[in-house]
Design a protein around this ligand. Sequence first.
Ligand code: NOJ
Length: 799
Amino acid sequence: MACPCLNCSLISPFRPAVRGVNAARKFLSCLLLVFAVFPIAPAQAQARPAASLQGPSPTVIQGGIADPSLGPKVEALLRKMTLEEKVGQLVQYSAGQATGPGTGRTDYKDMIGKGQIGALFNITKARDSNAFQRIAVEQSRLRVPLLFGLDVIHGFRTEFPIPLGLASTWNPVLVEKAARVAAREASATGIRWTFSPMVDIARDARWGRMAEGAGEDPFLGSAMAVAYVRGYQGSRLDAPDSIAACVKHYVGYGAAEGGRDYNTTEISEPTLRQIYLPPFRSAVDAGTASIMSGFNALNGIPASANAFTLKQILRKEWGFQGIVDSDWTSVAELIPHGIANDGATAARRAFLAGVDMDMVSSLYHDHLAHLVQTGQVPEAAVDQAVRNVLRVKFALGLFEHPYVDETKEDAAMLRPDYLQIARDAAEQSFVLLKNSAGPGGAPLLPLSKTVGKVALIGPLANDSANMLGCWGALGRAEDVTSFQTALLAYLGNESVLSSKGTGISEGSDQEMADAIATAQKSDLVILALGENAPEMTGEAASRSKLGLPGRQQELLEKIVATGKPVVLVLFSGRPLTLPWAFENVQAVLAAWFPGVQAGPALVRTLFGESNPSGKLVVSWPRSVGQEPLYYNALSTGRPANQQNGDPKFVSRYLDEQNSPQFPFGYGLSYTSFRYGPTEIGSKQLKAANLNAGLRTAKDVALTVTASVTNTGQRAGEEVVQLYIRLQGTSVVQPVRALKGFERMTLAPGETKSVRFSLSPDAFAIWNDHNQLAVEPARVTVWVSPDSAHGTPADLEIVP
Ligand code: NOJ
C-alpha cells in the first residue's frame, strides 16, 4: 500500500529495506501526518502516548537497540575486553564548550588511545569529531568507536521554539519533524547522541527548566516524548542521519522544592507512577537508546543512586536495554548529597544502583576497576553496563561508519524546508492569551496592514540572540530573522517606528522617554517584552519573582498610559505573573522563544496570515504564591468551590484566587468555536473487563464524541481536549486528567465531530495496594477547549 503522506521524505525517508514493524510504524506516522492535514477525526489520528503506567515493554524494534541481531556482536566484543577497557566504555567527558562545572581533565587524546573513554560531548565540528574518532578507531587496541553527544534540545543550527513552545503546538507530528531536522543537522557533524528530550513534568514556573520540557501534563508529555524519540532516532538508528535520544532527567527532577533548580524532591509513589514516570515509560516503549539520571534526591535517595527507579522500574518493569547516563557530575554529587564520603563510595553507589556511564565526574575512571578487583563491585555488573553501551554503538552503526563526511557538513544546515518547519512550529506555538476590543470595537487582533504607523517597542523587539532560546546549540544570531526586521519588511520603513524603551534587566530614563515619544507618534504600539533566554530560563535559572524583569513593567504602564492601542508580545521560558497587563492591555500573545523564524512567524500571526492555535501546557499563575500550580491537582477535603459550605474553612488563600490566570489547555483564536455536549458510548463499564484489558492497546473501553463548530468568520485550528475524573477510588485522583487531544481545522461555519477511543489504561490508577488497577468509580468526562470548561458526561465503573 502506498504511503499516504505528502512529504514522506522529510519525516522518515522511505527505504525499501525497511520492513515489518518499521514499515508499519512508518506508515502509521504518515497516516498521522495526513490526518493532521485533513483532520477527519478517525481514532488513529488522535494523540495517544505509546504506553501509560506499568507493565512489560511491548515493543521490539528492528533497527533499534532491541534488535536481536545486536546481541552476538556485543558478546563477541565484550569477550575480548580487559577490565580497564570495559571501564573505559563507561567514561564520558566534555571536550568542548562546558555546560557545567569543569573537572580539570584534558588528557583525552591519550586516554582515548588507551581505550579509557567511551563517549565525548560538546564537540560541534565534523573535523574535530573525526580527529578524536581516528584516535579511537586507529590507535586503541580494540578500535571501539567513540559516541559523540551534544545538548541538541530544540534544534541544532535551525533553531525551533523552545520545548515549552513546541509542546504548546499540541502537534506531535510537527515536533517529530523538528526533531528529525535536528538529527539531520547534528549528525552531519558526527554527533550521534542528543541529551534530549527533557520529559520532566514541570508544575512550578519558578523552575527555569520548565522551558525545556512539555509542561505539567503526563499525557501530553508522553505524546511529546514519543515524538522527539521518533524524530531523532528515525526509522533505523543506523541510518547516518539518525541520532540516539537521551530522555532526561530520570526522575522527578521537575518537582524541585520551591522551584529551585537541583533542589531535593519528595514524591509519593502514586504521584511518581501517574505523573512523573509516564513520559519516560512512553519514551522507552518508543525505543529511546538512553536515559539520563537526574541531579535531584528523590525521597531521600539521589536519582543517580536510586536502585528503585533505575533497576526495579526501568530495567525490571520496563525492560529498558539502553544506556543509563549520569547527568553532569551527578555521580560525584553523591558526596555533597551526603550518601558517600569519598569518590570511591560515590562511584560504587551510583554504579550498583544502575548508572552505566559517568558523565564528567571521572569517578568510574578513577575507582571502578579497583572496586571490581577488591570485590566491592561484581565484574558481571560491569559487563552488563558495557553491554548497554556497546548495544547502542552497534545499533548506531558506528563500527561500520565511525566517521562523518566533512565536505557535507555546511550544506546540511538551515535548508529552506527546515526553515519552513521552523516557521510552522513557531506559529503553532504562539498562545493568544487576550484579544479584547480595539478602537473600532472589534478584537484588536489580527491587525490590518493599513493600521497606520506601528511603534515596535521593547528590549526584545530587535533581538536575535534571545530568539534562539535557552539551548541554542549551534544556532547563530545572524540566522534569526528578528521581529523588527520582519515587521519592516512587511509594512515598509515609513510605517514602522521603533524604540528600545529599556533593556531586559536595566534601562535609563532617556530610553524610557524616547519610547513614550515614539508611542505618541504612532497609531498602535506593539510591545516586545520578557526574559533573557540564556540567563533567566533553562538550567540554573530559577526565579522567585515571575514579573517582567528590570524596568519593563514601568515601560508597559507608561506606554499604556499614552492611550494608544497596545499589543503585548511576551517572550519567556515560563508563564509570567502580569495581572496588570492582563487587565489593561488589549491583546497579549505568549510567544515563548520562537527560534530562527521568530520575526516572520510573529508578523504573519499578528496580521492574520496565520491564525493562532497554540494552547497552554502549563497553568498560568496570577501570583508566585500560587506555585506549584497545576490543573491536575488532587482534590482536598475542603475544596474552595464546595457548595453550601462555610466559605472560611476551605482550602484557599486570603489574598489570591485559587484559579490560574489562564488554565492549562487555554488559548484563543481569531475565530471562535462552539462545543456540543460530551457524548459517551456507555454509561457503565466493568472494572474486571478493564483490568483484563490493561496495556493491550487494541482494546477500546469507551468512545467519547462531541461536535465542534467554527462560529466565526475565519478558518481556524482548534485543539480539542478530553479530560476525565475518577471519584470513589482507593487513592485520591486529580480533579481532571487529560486523556486525549486532537488538533482539527475548521472552515467558517463548519461543524466536525471528534471521536476519542479510550483504552482501559485511561482509567487505571496506582492504587492503595501499590498496583496498577482500574477500580470501581464514578467517572466524569469532558470534551473541552481547555481544562476548566466543557459539559460533563457521567458514567460508572462497576466491579
Ligand atoms: C546538565 C544538564 O542538567 C543536562 O540536561 C545536560 O544534558 C548536561 N548538563 C550536559 O550538558
